[in-house]
Design a protein around this ligand. Structure first.
Ligand SMILES: Nc1nc2c(ncn2[C@@H]2O[C@H](COP(=O)(O)OP(=O)(O)OP(=O)(O)O)[C@@H](O)[C@H]2O)c(=O)[nH]1
Ligand SMILES: [Mg+2]
Length: 376
């Protein structure tokens, strides 16, 4: 396959020459089954990085450069990847820093993963023996470690360990699919948003452990404050959008309908017929669960919808059992405790608190047990 290693540069004279030489002389000769090329994506570096690369282009015919305005890492990569595909015929592309932080010896391992059928391969510093420089200051270490943990916890995606790293290999199809959504992101936010879209669209992702080496030449381009704000903004909005538009949002709407049904039945039974609130709550729940089951099956989890009538009935039984467990032990339990420990006066408040806890339990059970994803 035609492979293009893209190296973004901003004032990386010296570094980029060393990296190109190592790739050309030590790494490419060991790779027999792919056509290896390099593209430098320079943003008019004032230090003359582009001139240095142009000199090297006389020596190496598989080396090219794409120069443009400085609009951040995302814009540079999108511009260069577009060029690599359109002008160089790239089928596989690499993202690789110019400052020798990424070990060129790992290139063949990334390619092996692509050959195995993965669409997107990322170098990981945070699992399977990958590492960050031990001489990094405590701030830099914390920034990187917590940044990655924050991404995993806010996006609720735990399978991938290193979201911010910039050593990656990808098939051109992945880039073409995500291209239009990427240009605006700078620095680490570009890496995180790209990967998040790749995961969302179901591409096959592999991780390769890497050791990240500190740069010895040139200056860092990271602007910690700016990047943290950018990154937080992205992960929080992406997470809210994904969660609210996805199954969880639908589950909330369905649950809201069930809640109204149950609340109305509860109030009517308690206020009009003077029935005990715990019993009223149970009766309301029977009706609410029936409505929830059908709406969830037809809408929330429609990709896992039950087709046969037998399966529909069996899963409904499961659903009632699961929901009843929640209603009895969690929701009614909380009402019961409130009623006996604090007093009947606030029964409706206990109902609301009980319902909140019940929601979390229910979604977990529905998603991971009843409408568990099946291979299609
Ligand atoms: N073309 C282009 N390249 C950039 C831009 N920002 C960063 N880069 C390049 O992206 C790579 C990673 O940037 P670095 O500054 O090394 O960031 P880092 O690796 O997190 O930090 P240090 O290694 O500590 O400096 C380097 O090759 C940079 O030259 C940009 O706006 N445009
Ligand atoms: Mg670097």
């Amino acid at each position: 396959m035609k492979v293009v290693i893209i190296i973004p540069t901003y004032n990386e004279k010296g570094n980029v020459e060393r990296l190109i030489t190592i790739l050309e002389e030590e790494i490419f000769p060991t790779i027999k089954n792919h056509d290896m090329n390099i593209l430098v994506a320079d943003d008019n570096s004032p230090d003359g990085t582009a001139d240095e690369v142009k000199k090297l282009m006389n020596k190496w015919k598989n080396l090219d450069i794409n120069v443009g305005e400085k609009h951040g890492l995302g814009a540079a990569y999108v511009r260069a990847m577009t060029y690599a595909i359109d002008k160089m015929g790239a089928e596989v592309m690499f993202e690789m820093d110019a400052d020798l932080s990424h070990d060129p010896k790992k290139v063949p391992i990334f390619l092996q993963k692509i050959d195995e059928g993965y669409d997107f391969v990322i170098g990981t510093r945070y699992s399977q023996g990958g590492s960050i420089p031990s001489n990094w200051g405590i701030n830099r270490k914390m920034f990187s470690i917590f940044g990655n943990l924050l991404v995993r916890f806010i996006l609720l995606k735990f399978a991938i360990h290193d979201w911010t790293g910039g050593f990656r290999a990808l098939k051109k199809e992945v880039f073409l699919k995500e291209k239009n959504e990427l240009t605006a992101f700078r620095g680490y936010t570009f890496q995180v948003s790209f990967l998040n879209k790749v995961v969302r669209d179901g591409f096959k992702v592999a991780e390769v452990p890497i050791h990240f080496t500190d740069r010895t030449l040139g200056r860092s381009k990271i602007a910690p404050k700016e990047y943290i704000i950018d990154l937080l903004k992205y992960i929080i909005t992406a997470s809210i959008k994904e969660k609210l538009l996805g199954p969880f949002g639908k589950f909330l709407v369905v649950g809201g309908i069930g809640f109204i049904l149950q609340a109305v039945i509860l109030r009517v039974l308690v206020e009009v017929f003077n029935v005990n609130p715990s019993v009223s709550n149970l009766l309301g729940a029977v009706v609410a669960i029936f409505s929830n089951y059908n709406l969830n099956n037809l809408w929330t989890f429609r990709s896992e919808k039950f087709v046969g009538f037998g399966q529909y009935l069996w899963k409904m039984l499961n659903f009632y059992a699961t929901s009843a467990t929640g209603v009895i032990f969690i929701q009614t339990g909380i009402i019961f405790l409130g009623d006996n420990l604090i007093g009947r006066k606030f029964y409706f408040l206990y109902f609301i608190v009980g319902t909140g806890v019940l929601l979390i339990y229910n979604f977990t059970m529905y998603r991971f047990v009843i409408w568990r994803k099946r291979p299609h």
